[in-house]
Design a binder for this molecule. Structure first.
Ligand code: C2E
Ligand code: CA
Ligand code: CA
Length: 700
C-alpha cells in the first residue's frame, strides 16, 4: 500500500510541477526505489518495489522525460540492479535465519544428549575456572566421587589427589602421577585419557581424564571443560595382564622377559653394578614328568618354585625361564652370599615331595656367575653361569659351581670340536675300540663293547664322552653309529660264534625312522647273525614314551638283535623302565660297582638288581670292575658278566683278533677264550689314570 500511495502521489504532483521541481521529484523517486534494498521478507519488499517502480515510470512518462533514451536506460538498469540486490540479500538473510534456527535446534539436542549422558553413562562432565577450580558438579560426578555435590569444590587437582596438590602448587614431587596433568593445565593445553589413581570413599580408584581449555567469544581463556570416567575395572584387568606378561603363570615367579629386565637394570644401574646370577637345572625332572604325567610334573614345579622363594630374600628375584629351568639374580656380587643361597636351595629342593601318595625326589644343580667379575652384560653373565652349570653337572648333580675363566677355555675347545667333527668321519679320524666282556662263571670273553674314539689331528685322542653330544647336536650321530656298527659287525664276523658285540645307541638316533633299515643293511652286508649284535640304550632313552623309540626297539628286536639297558641305576624310575620293554641284558652302572667294597649301602642294591633282573630273565653285566674284590663280590652275587679295567680296557681290533687267535689263551678253556693274564692286568692298571686309552694294549 505504501508503494502504491507513493506512486499515485508522485504521478499526481509531477504533472503540475515546474522543471526544477520535476528534477527534485525524480531524485526522490530514485531514492525511494533504493529503499527496497533494506531488509524484509522478499514478498513484502517486492510488493513495495513493484508499484513504486511502475508508478515512477508513469510519473516520468507524464512529465515527458520518457523521450530521453539515456534516462530510460539508466533508470531501467537502476531498478533492475535494485531488484537483483534485493533478491540476493533476501536469500542471504533467509539462509542465515535458517542456520540460526538449526543452531538453536542443535544446541537443544546437545543439551538433551548431555543430560542423558550425565544420567546414564559411566562418564561425567567437569568444568573448571581459570584457576582450576571445579565449577559445575553433575549428579554423576558426585556419585563417582562418593560425596555430596556440595562437598566437591575447590581445586580439581586437589580434589583428585587428596588435598596435597593444587594447580599452582610450588613444589612438585618426583614421580608424582598428577604432575603431567598439572603441567598440561598450567600450559593450557588439551589432554586426553590421562589415567590417575584417586582415593574415593577410602577406596583406590582409577580415573581417566580428558579435557580442553575453553575460550569465550573473544578468545579469552575461561577454564577447562572435559569428561572423566572411572576406569578402575579396565585398569585392574590391564594390571593383571601386565602382571601375567611378566610372570610365569604356573609358578608365579618372574618369567624370562621380566628376569631379563631385572638383570639388565641391575647391571646398568650404577657405575659399579654388582649382581650374582644363579642358573638352576632340576635333575631328573624329565623322568618325573614322563613317569607320572604332566599334571604331577606341574605340581612338582610349583613346589620347587615355592621352596626356591623360601630360600631367597626379598631383594632377590627368582624366575622360571621355561620347562624346568630356573634362575635367580641377587643384587650383590658377594661370593659367600651366593654360594650360601645355592647351598640352601640345593638342600631344600632335594627334600622329598609328596603328592597324593606319590613321593618324588629331584635334585638341583646350580651354576653361578658374578658381575662384574664374570661379565658385565646379561649375555656374558648368562653364558658363564651356564658354563658353570654345565661343569657342576659334570662334577655330579646336586652341586653348585662358580664360574672360572678356564671354563671359558673349555667352551672354546668345544666350539672347536663342533667345527672339526664334521670332517672327522670323512677324514678317517674316528676309530673303534672294543672292551671285552667276561663271563664270571667261566672267566672267559663272551662279548665286546664297541667304543668310538676320535684321533683329532691336533690333539690327543678324544673320548666319546667329549664329542658324542656334539655329534648329536650336529646331526652326525647317525653316521657315527653306522660307522661303529659296521666296524663291530666286521670284527665279530671274524670271531667265534659265541662272541657278541655291543654297540651304543644314542637316544636321538633311536628316534629316527630310518634307524632299523640302516642297521639291517649293515648287518646283512657284514654277513653276521643278527643275534650277535647287541644294542645298548640308556634308561632315559627308553623313558621317552612318545615318538618312535619303543617302536624302533621292538623292530630291532624283531630283526633278531638283542637290546641291553645301559648305565642302569643312574636314571630315575629304574624299575618302571624294565617293564616297558623286554630287554635281554642289564648293565649295572659303574658308580655302584665302584662303591661295592666301601659303601655298605650299595652292596644290597647291587644284589637286589641282579636278583630281580634274573627273575625277569635278563642277563646282568657289571660295568667298571677294577679290583679282584669287586669281582669276588659279584661272583658271590651270581652276576653273569663283568666288564672293566680289571681284565681289560677297550683295545684295538688287531688286539682283539690277536687275543682270539692266540692258541695259548684259548687252550685250557672249554667255552670262550681265556681272560688275559697278569701281564695285561699290569699294563691296564698302569694306564688307567689317563682315560681314554690312546694306545693299544696287547693281550699276551
Ligand atoms: P658306556 O657305554 O658306559 O661305556 C663304558 C665306558 O666306561 C667307556 O668309556 C669305557 O672306556 C669305560 N670303562 C670301561 N671299563 C672301565 C673301568 O674299569 N673303570 C672306569 N673308570 N671306566 C671304564 P668311554 O669309551 O669313554 O665311553 C664313554 C661313553 O660314551 C660310553 O659309556 C657310551 O655311553 C658313550 N659311547 C662310546 N662309544 C659310543 C658310540 O659309538 N655311540 C654312542 N652313542 N655312544 C658311545
Ligand atoms: Ca655302553
Ligand atoms: Ca655303561
Amino acid at each position: 500500500m505504501l508503494g502504491s500511495f507513493w506512486s499515485l502521489y508522485l504521478v499526481s504532483i509531477i504533472k503540475t510541477s515546474a522543471a526544477t521541481q520535476q528534477a527534485l521529484i525524480l531524485s526522490i523517486i530514485i531514492g525511494l526505489i533504493s529503499t527496497t534494498i533494506s531488509s524484509g521478507p522478499l514478498s513484502s519488499t517486492l510488493v513495495f518495489w513493484l508499484p513504486l517502480t511502475l508508478g515512477s515510470f508513469c510519473a516520468i512518462d507524464v512529465s515527458g522525460h520518457m523521450q530521453s533514451p539515456a534516462f530510460v536506460i539508466s533508470l531501467s538498469g537502476y531498478t533492475a540492479l535494485v531488484f537483483f540486490t534485493m533478491v540476493f540479500l533476501n536469500r542471504k538473510m533467509l539462509e542465515r535465519s535458517v542456520n540460526e534456527i538449526n543452531l538453536a535446534k542443535t544446541g537443544e539436542t546437545i543439551r538433551i544428549l548431555l543430560r542423558d549422558f550425565e544420567e546414564n553413562a559411566s562418564d561425567w562432565l567437569w568444568e573448571t575456572n581459570t584457576e582450576g577450580e571445579i565449577k559445575h558438579v553433575s549428579p554423576r560426578f558426585a556419585e563417582v566421587a562418593r560425596q555430596p555435590p556440595s562437598a566437591i569444590q575447590g581445586d580439581l587437582l586437589a580434589f583428585m589427589a587428596g588435598g596435597d596438590h593444587t594447580l599452582r602448587r610450588v613444589r612438585p614431587a618426583e614421580g608424582d602421577v598428577f604432575e603431567p596433568l598439572r603441567r598440561r593445565m598450567i600450559a593450557r593445553k588439551p589432554f586426553r585419557d590421562m589415567v590417575m589413581p584417586v582415593n574415593m570413599g577410602g577406596e583406590r580408584r582409577w580415573w581417566s581424564m580428558t579435557g580442553k581449555p575453553v575460550q569465550d567469544s573473544s578468545g579469552r581463556f575461561i577454564g577447562y571443560r572435559g569428561v572423566g570416567s572411572d576406569v578402575t575395572a579396565v585398569h585392574r584387568s590391564r594390571e593383571r595382564i601386565a602382571y601375567l606378561a611378566r610372570h610365569d603363570s604356573l609358578t608365579d615367579l618372574a618369567n624370562r622377559t621380566e628376569f631379563n629386565n631385572v638383570l639388565t637394570l641391575l647391571l646398568s644401574e650404577s657405575a659399579q653394578p654388582s649382581a650374582a646370577l644363579l642358573c638352576l637345572d632340576l635333575d631328573q625332572f624329565k623322568a618325573v614328568n614322563d613317569s607320572y604325567g604332566h599334571g604331577l610334573g606341574d605340581s612338582v614345579l610349583r613346589a620347587v618354585a615355592h621352596r626356591i622363594r623360601g630360600a631367597i630374600r626379598d631383594r632377590d628375584v627368582a624366575a622360571r625361564l621355561g620347562g624346568d629351568e630356573f634362575s635367580i639374580v641377587l643384587p650383590s656380587d658377594d661370593e659367600f652370599e651366593a654360594t650360601a643361597i645355592a647351598d640352601r636351595i640345593i638342600d631344600r629342593v632335594s627334600r622329598p615331595y609328596k603328592f597324593d601318595g606319590v613321593t618324588v625326589e629331584i635334585g638341583v644343580t646350580i651354576g653361578i656367575a658374578l658381575a662384574p667379575r664374570d661379565g658385565k652384560t646379561p649375555e656374558t653373565l648368562y653364558r658363564n653361569a651356564d658354563l658353570a652349570l654345565y661343569r657342576a653337572k659334570d662334577a655330579g648333580r646336586g652341586t653348585w659351581r662358580l664360574f672360572d675363566p678356564t671354563m671359558d677355555r673349555q667352551l672354546q675347545d668345544r666350539r672347536g670340536l663342533q667345527r672339526d667333527i664334521k670332517s672327522a668321519l670323512r677324514n678317517d679320524q674316528l676309530f673303534v675300540e672294543f672292551q671285552p666282556v667276561i663271563e664270571l662263571a667261566t672267566r672267559s670273553v663272551v662279548g665286546l663293547e664297541a667304543l668310538v674314539r676320535w684321533k683329532h689331528p691336533d690333539r690327543d685322542i678324544i673320548s666319546p664322552g667329549d664329542f658324542i653330544e656334539i655329534a648329536e647336536r650336529s646331526g652326525l650321530i647317525g653316521a657315527i653309529t653306522a660307522f661303529v656298527l659296521s666296524e663291530a659287525a666286521a670284527l665279530v664276523a671274524q670271531l667265534p660264534s659265541f662272541v657278541a658285540v655291543a654297540v651304543n645307541l644314542s637316544p636321538l638316533h633311536l628316534r629316527e625312522a630310518w634307524l632299523v633299515d640302516q642297521v639291517s643293511e649293515i648287518i646283512r652286508h657284514a654277513g653276521v647273525a643278527p643275534d650277535r649284535i647287541e644294542f645298548e640304550v640308556t634308561e632315559t632313552a627308553v623313558l621317552e614314551t612318545e615318538g618312535r623309540t619303543i617302536d624302533n626297539l621292538h623292530r630291532l628286536r624283531a630283526l633278531g638283535c638283542r637290546i641291553a639297558i645301559d648305565d642302569f641305576g643312574t636314571g630315575y624310575s629304574s624299575l618302571a623302565t624294565l617293564s616297558r620293554f623286554p630287554f635281554d641284558r642289564l648293565k649295572i652302572d659303574r658308580s655302584f660297582i665302584n662303591d661295592l667294597e666301601n659303601n655298605a649301602a650299595d652292596a644290597p642294591i647291587v644284589k637286589a638288581i641282579i636278583d630281580l633282573s634274573q627273575t625277569m630273565g635278563l642277563r646282568v653285566t657289571a660295568e667298571g670292575v677294577e679290583t679282584e674284590r669287586q669281582a669276588d663280590i659279584l661272583t658271590r652275587y651270581q652276576c653273569d658278566d663283568i666288564q672293566g679295567f680289571l681284565y681289560s680296557p677297550p683295545v684295538r681290533k688287531a688286539e682283539v683278533l690277536q687275543l682270539f687267535k692266540s692258541g695259548q689263551t684259548i687252550t685250557g678253556l672249554s667255552v670262550g677264550c681265556a681272560v688275559p693274564g697278569p701281564a695285561v692286568r699290569q699294563a691296564t692298571q698302569a694306564r688307567r689314570p689317563q682315560q681314554p686309552m690312546p694306545q693299544h694294549s696287547s693281550f699276551e
